[in-house]
Every structure is written in structure tokens, then in C-alpha cells.
Design a protein around this ligand. Structure first.
Ligand code: NAD
Ligand code: UDP
Length: 311
């Protein structure tokens, strides 16, 4: 049994990670400022003797004795990270410094939840970990993209300069239960709209692509990366290589929900990446991992979740 800190533990990914770690018998400290996370995501854990909930903002230093730290704290949906871009940047950069200083002090292993956004609007396709990306440093997505890139730099420098045991994972678009219905990301938006028979809103012409990974696959990959030898730092891509256009996702969700919704087209936000697909060769090699949940299966379970939630 290990003591594990999960920052951002009340969010979408964090709540699934806390649940898995608790089920494995570890002692979990869930830290969150509840900006986009909610206690509802972790109600089933509250009261368990091996679960602690701490309300804290990682832009401020924090002290605790743990063996491992997963740093997930950061809003991930464009509407939420663009709400207060300066705060988003502070969360990525100051949050990384505070948790890396903590890891250094207590000799904990620490994982950074980085993102496929570090590849920006990629020119190389699919994206492997050697690709440095194509990111606009001054656009509306930059607070998130550059904040995450800076956090990766900090992780590598704490590793090289101070010997902190780090892991960097680059997460590609992930969906599943515990996403907020008003989260603004594409899968949650489309399912909520389809269930309510309101217009399904495509930004641009829908030809842009994403590769969608179901939450259970990601959580399995994350814990496998954490268990790797200290000599492995990453970065390592975690995502599902099956790539779909946004238009095809909209049509599929309308079919699966038997919805009467119409598809409407709205302006494409600035700097919206045109394509994204992970090369997961490294994950196959190092952690013997590849996603097992395919899109229809994942969408069905998410549709069921939102049906129950909105009833
Ligand atoms: P989320 O918004 O549901 O979760 C983020 C959590 O962090 C929330 O609980 C929020 O309240 C908390 N938080 C935000 N700022 C904080 C701060 N300053 N101090 C403490 N807590 C804070 O998002 P998610 O989808 O669960 O994403 C989790 C992590 O994974 C994020 O770091 C995100 O960048 C990364 N990621 C997610 C995806 C995805 O597709 N979901 C893709 C790439 C990377
Ligand atoms: N998108 C869309 N309609 C929506 C929400 C998103 O067409 O209601 C598009 C968005 O413009 C982007 C893609 O879907 O091209 C994925 O968006 P999301 O915010 O989920 O993830 P990200 O852009 O960060 O990969």
C-alpha cells in the first residue's frame, strides 16, 4: 500500500484515478480547488479510511508526506481554461514548481498530466514524442498549451538538475463518465445536445479530426507509466489512435441516441487544431499498453451516464 497524492482529484480524470487507487488499497489524498471538479465525482470515496480530501489551490505551496504524486490540476476544456487565462498559466507553471519542490523535499515520484496540445496544430501526423509541435505562443489556447509545455520543461529540469523522479504523460482527447454536462468539450456537448434533441453544434465544417480515448484505457496507462523504472521519464503519448472527423462523431452520436437533433455549423475557434492522432509505439513498447475500448462502446456508456444524470 502506497500513499498517493492526486492533485485535481475531484475532476473528470482525477476522480477515476482516485477510485482505481482506492480499489487497489492505496491511501489516497485528493487535492482540489473545485474550479471544474466537484465533490459529486468522489462522493463514493468520502468516508473511506484510506481516502482524504483536501481543498487547496496548487498555485500555493503544499506539504504532505506521500510516495507518489499525480499532478492533474488544471482546467482542460477550452471554455474553462480560457475563462481566466492568467490563472490557467499560473496553475500549470506555479503548480508544477510547487509540486516538484514537494517531490524533491520528500523524495516522491511525480507524474505530470501533459497533453497532446503540446503538439499544437501538428504538421507531423500521427504525432510521436520526438515531434516538437506547432504551437501559437500568443493565441487564445496558448495559456493552456504553453503552460503545459513550460510544465514539461520544469519537470525535465528538476529531473536533470535535482534528480527528481519524474514521469510525463501526454494525454490525447479522453471522454467518459464524470465529465460535466456543460464542460464544453465535444463528446459531452454532442451527447447532451442529442439527448435533448437540440441542435448539435459543429465548429467549422467538421472536417477537423480528433482521436478519442475512453477513460478506463487512460487510467490503466497512467498507473502503468507510474510503475515504470525510475530511468523512464517520458514523455509518453497515451491516446487511442483511431481518428475520426468531428462531423462523423456528431452523426454517430445522433444515431446512437436516436435523436431528432439537426447538425448546425458555427465558426471555428482560433487556433483549433486541424488533426490529431497519437503514435503509441512507445507506450506499446514500454508499458505493453494499447487502448481496448472502441468508440461505439465508450459512447454508449457515456450516453447512459448522461441519461441517468439528466433525469
Ligand atoms: P477537469 O477540469 O475535469 O479536472 C481538473 C481538476 O483540477 C478539477 O477538479 C479542478 O477543480 C482542478 N484544478 C484546476 N485548477 C486547480 C488549482 N489551481 N489547484 C487545485 N486544483 C485545480 O479536467 P480533466 O479532463 O480531468 O483533466 C485532468 C488533467 O488531464 C488536466 O491537467 C488536463 O490538462 C489533462 N488532460 C486532459 C485531457 C482530456 O481529454 N480530458 C487531455 C489532455 C490532458
Ligand atoms: N467542437 C465542436 N462542437 C462543440 C465542441 C467542440 O465542433 O460543441 C470541436 C472543436 O472545435 C474541436 C473539436 O471539436 O475541433 C474538439 O474539441 P474539444 O474542445 O473537445 O477538444 P480540443 O479542441 O481541446 O482537442
Amino acid at each position: 500500500m502506497r500513499r498517493i497524492l492526486v492533485s485535481g482529484g475531484a475532476g473528470f480524470i482525477g476522480s477515476h484515478l482516485c477510485t482505481k487507487l482506492i480499489n487497489e488499497g492505496h491511501h489516497v489524498v485528493c487535492l482540489d480547488n473545485f474550479f471544474t471538479g466537484t465533490k459529486n465525482n468522489i462522493t463514493h470515496l468520502i468516508g473511506k479510511s484510506n481516502f482524504e480530501l483536501v481543498e487547496h489551490d496548487i498555485t500555493n505551496p503544499f506539504f504532505i508526506e506521500v510516495d507518489e504524486i499525480y499532478n492533474l490540476a488544471c482546467p482542460a476544456s477550452p471554455i474553462h481554461y480560457q475563462y481566466d487565462p492568467i490563472k490557467t498559466m499560473k496553475t500549470s507553471v506555479m503548480g508544477a514548481i510547487n509540486l516538484l519542490d514537494l517531490a524533491l523535499k520528500i523524495n516522491a515520484k511525480i507524474m505530470q498530466a501533459s497533453t497532446s496540445e503540446v503538439y499544437g496544430d501538428p504538421i507531423v501526423h500521427p504525432q510521436n514524442e520526438q515531434y516538437w509541435g506547432n504551437v501559437n505562443p500568443i493565441g487564445i489556447r496558448s495559456c493552456y498549451d504553453e503552460g503545459k509545455r513550460c510544465a514539461e520543461t520544469l519537470f525535465m529540469d528538476y529531473y536533470r538538475e535535482k534528480g527528481v523522479r519524474i514521469k510525463i504523460i501526454r494525454i490525447f482527447n479522453t471522454y467518459g463518465p464524470n465529465m460535466l454536462p456543460n464542460d464544453g468539450r465535444v463528446v459531452s456537448n454532442f451527447i447532451v445536445q442529442a439527448l435533448q434533441n437540440t441542435d448539435v453544434t459543429i465548429y467549422g465544417d467538421g472536417s477537423q479530426t480528433r482521436s478519442f480515448q475512453y477513460i478506463d484505457d487512460l487510467i490503466e496507462g497512467m498507473t502503468r507509466v507510474m510503475a515504470t523504472d525510475d530511468s523512464f521519464t517520458g514523455p509518453i503519448n497515451l491516446g487511442n489512435p483511431n481518428e475520426f472527423s468531428i462531423l462523423s462523431i456528431a452523426k454517430r452520436i445522433i444515431e446512437l441516441t436516436n435523436s431528432k437533433s439537426n447538425i448546425i455549423f458555427k465558426p471555428l475557434p482560433n487556433d483549433d487544431p486541424q488533426q490529431r492522432q497519437p503514435d503509441i509505439s512507445l507506450a506499446k513498447d514500454v508499458i505493453n499498453w494499447s487502448p481496448v475500448v472502441q468508440l461505439d462502446e465508450g459512447l454508449r456508456s457515456m450516453i447512459q451516464y448522461f441519461k441517468e444524470k439528466t433525469n
